[in-house]
Design a protein around this ligand. Structure first.
Ligand code: FAD
Length: 440
C-alpha cells in the first residue's frame, strides 16, 4: 500500500515518521490518535487515486484541512490514514462580474478575505488564518457574520468533490440559479468528511464595507444584553455582527494575555456590535444610551476591540484542556440557557470552570468547560440534556465529530438518523470515510 501511495503523491508526501504527530492531535489537545500514514496529494487526480487505493484496501480515511476543528472529527482516533488537503492551495482569479472565486480545498479563509481589495469573504472565524475551504464546507462553519451573510453553506456556488471510490464530481459553474436536481453541494456542507472529499469550491464574495464601526458595550447581565442584541438586529441597518462574552472569560484573558480592561468600568456582560458603515452611528449611539462603551472606526482600533471576543476560544485552555460544547436554542430560550448553564455544569462537576461566549444573534452559546472532574461524558450529559429540554441543538456550528456522536439522538430522531445512514452509504459505498464521526 505504501509503495502505491508513493507512486501517486511522491515519497516526500507519504509521512510515516514523527512528522505525523501534528496531524494526529486536535487544536485543543484533547483528541489524539495514531495514523499509519499522512498522505498529502497536490491535486484532484491525486486525491481520487489515493481514495481508490484506500477503498480497495478497506483502509479508513480521515480528511484533514487546517486541523482547527473542535469536535475531534479531523484526527485519526481509530488508526485511520490522514488525507491532508493542505497542498491543494491554488486560488483562482476573482471574477468581479460574478463576485465569485474558485478556490482549492486547502486555501485558508483568510486568503479568500484578502483576494480582492473591494471584496470580502462572508464567513469570518477566529481560526481563519488556518481553517480551510474544505474544512469550512465540511463543518458548515458559522462564525462572526452569520446574521448578515449566512454560514459556509450560503457561500457555495459550486463544488468539486471526490467519492470514496475515486469518482470525481465537478459542478463549478457558479450559477446562482440552477434547479437541475438534487443540491448535493448543500449536503456536503456539514457532512464532516463522511460523504466525500471536497477538492475545490466556487464561492461567492461580498462587498467589502468601506467604513465599518465596532462598538463594545458593557451591560449588567445577560438578560439585558440579549434584549439589546435583539433590538440591534431589528433596528440597526448594516449590522454585521452581534457577539457576546462575560466577565468570567474576560478575567481569565486579562490574567493570561497582554489584553487590558476594555472599558473604564468593569461589567458582567459585554456585547460587541459591528456595523458596515458609519451611517449607522446615530442608531448605534441611541441603542447604547448611557452604557459604558468603546467605539472604534479605524482598522487598528477595531481589531483591538475584536480581540476581546476573538481570543475567547483560548480562554478555557489556559485553565485545562477544555471541553468545547457549542449549542443553540430558540431566541425565546437564550437567556435561560446563558444564565443557567453554569449551575447545570456545577451540578455534575463542582470544580468545573465554565466560560461562555458566542454569537448571540444566532441563538448560539459556546460553552467552554475547564473540567474539575474526569471528562467521562457527565458534562455533555448535563449540557446537552438541558439544551434539548430548551428545544435547542447540541451542535450550533462545530459539528458532531467524535465528541458528540453519542448524544446525536437528543437532536435527531431515529427516522432522521436512518436517512443519514442511507445517504452516507450512497456517497461512500466503500464505508471508509471518517468512520468515527457521526454514528452510522
Ligand atoms: C480559535 C478557534 C475559533 C473558532 N471559531 C469558530 C467559529 O466561530 N465558528 C465555527 O463554525 N467554527 C469555529 N472554529 C472551528 C473550526 O475552525 C471550523 O470548524 C473550521 O471550519 C474547520 O476548518 P479546518 O480546515 O481546520 O478543518 P479540519 O479541522 O481539518 O476538519 C474539520 C472537519 O472537516 C473534515 N474535512 C476537512 N477538510 C475536508 C475536505 N477537504 N473534504 C471533506 N472533509 C473535510 C474533517 O474530516 C473534519 O471532520 C474555531 C476553531 C478555533 C481553533
Amino acid at each position: 500500500m505504501r509503495r502505491s501511495l508513493v507512486d501517486v503523491v511522491g515519497e516526500e508526501h507519504v509521512l510515516t515518521d514523527s512528522r505525523t504527530a501534528g496531524y494526529s492531535v486536535d487544536w485543543t489537545g484533547r483528541y489524539r490518535g495514531l495514523t499509519p500514514a499522512v498522505v498529502r496529494p497536490r491535486d484532484t487526480a491525486q486525491v481520487a487515486a489515493v481514495l481508490a487505493l484506500c477503498a480497495t484496501a478497506a483502509m479508513p480515511v480521515v480528511p484533514q484541512g487546517g486541523n482547527t476543528g473542535l469536535v475531534g472529527g479531523g484526527v485519526p482516533r481509530s488508526g485511520e490514514l490522514v488525507l491532508s488537503l493542505e497542498r491543494l492551495d491554488r486560488l483562482g482569479p476573482v471574477d468581479r462580474d460574478a463576485t465569485q472565486v474558485t478556490a482549492e480545498a486547502g486555501v485558508t479563509l483568510q486568503r479568500l478575505a484578502d483576494a480582492h481589495p473591494d471584496l470580502d469573504f462572508g464567513v469570518a472565524i477566529a481560526s481563519r488564518h488556518s481553517a480551510t475551504v474544505g474544512g469550512a464546507i465540511a463543518t458548515n462553519a458559522g462564525g462572526l457574520r452569520v446574521l448578515r451573510y449566512g454560514p459556509m453553506r450560503a457561500q457555495i456556488r459550486g463544488i468539486e468533490t471526490v467519492l470514496s471510490d475515486g469518482t470525481v464530481l465537478s459542478h463549478l459553474s457558479g450559477l446562482v440559479k440552477d434547479n437541475t436536481g438534487y443540491d448535493y453541494p448543500s449536503l456536503l456542507a456539514g457532512s464532516e468528511g463522511t460523504l466525500a472529499v471536497v477538492t475545490k469550491a466556487r464561492l461567492r464574495l461580498v462587498p467589502r464595507p468601506r467604513d465599518p464601526v465596532v462598538a463594545l458595550l458593557g451591560l449588567p447581565g445577560l438578560a439585558d444584553l440579549h434584549s439589546l442584541a435583539v433590538r440591534a438586529v431589528r433596528e440597526i441597518p448594516g449590522l454585521v455582527s452581534a457577539e457576546f462574552f462575560t466577565s468570567t472569560g474576560l478575567d481569565v484573558l486579562l490574567r493570561h494575555t497582554d489584553l487590558t480592561p476594555p472599558l473604564s468600568v468593569p461589567t458582567d456582560a459585554y456585547l460587541l456590535l459591528e456595523v458596515s458603515d458609519a451611517g449607522a452611528m446615530e442608531a448605534l449611539a441611541e441603542l447604547a444610551g448611557d452604557l459604558p462603551a468603546a467605539v472604534a472606526s479605524g482598522a487598528a482600533e477595531r481589531a483591538r476591540l475584536w480581540a476581546y471576543r476573538e481570543r475567547h476560544p483560548e480562554a478555557a485552555g489556559f485553565l485545562a484542556p477544555p471541553l468545547k460544547l457549542d449549542v443553540s436554542v430558540p431566541a425565546a430560550r437564550w437567556v435561560e440557557l446563558a444564565t443557567r448553564i453554569g449551575d447545570v455544569v456545577a451540578a455534575v462537576d463542582t470544580g468545573a470552570r465554565v466560560i461562555t461566549f458566542g454569537h448571540v444573534a444566532d441563538g448560539n452559546v459556546h460553552v467552554n468547560i475547564a473540567p474539575g472532574a474526569e471528562a467521562d461524558g457527565r458534562h455533555q450529559d448535563a449540557v446537552f440534556g438541558f439544551v434539548a429540554d430548551l428545544g435547542g441543538s447540541i451542535s450550533a456550528e462545530h459539528g458532531i465529530g467524535a465528541l458528540k456522536a453519542a448524544w446525536l439522538p437528543l437532536s435527531r430522531t431515529a427516522a432522521e438518523r436512518a436517512l443519514f445512514a442511507r445517504i452516507r452509504a450512497a456517497f461512500d459505498p466503500a464505508g471508509i470515510l471518517n468512520p468515527s464521526v457521526l454514528p452510522r
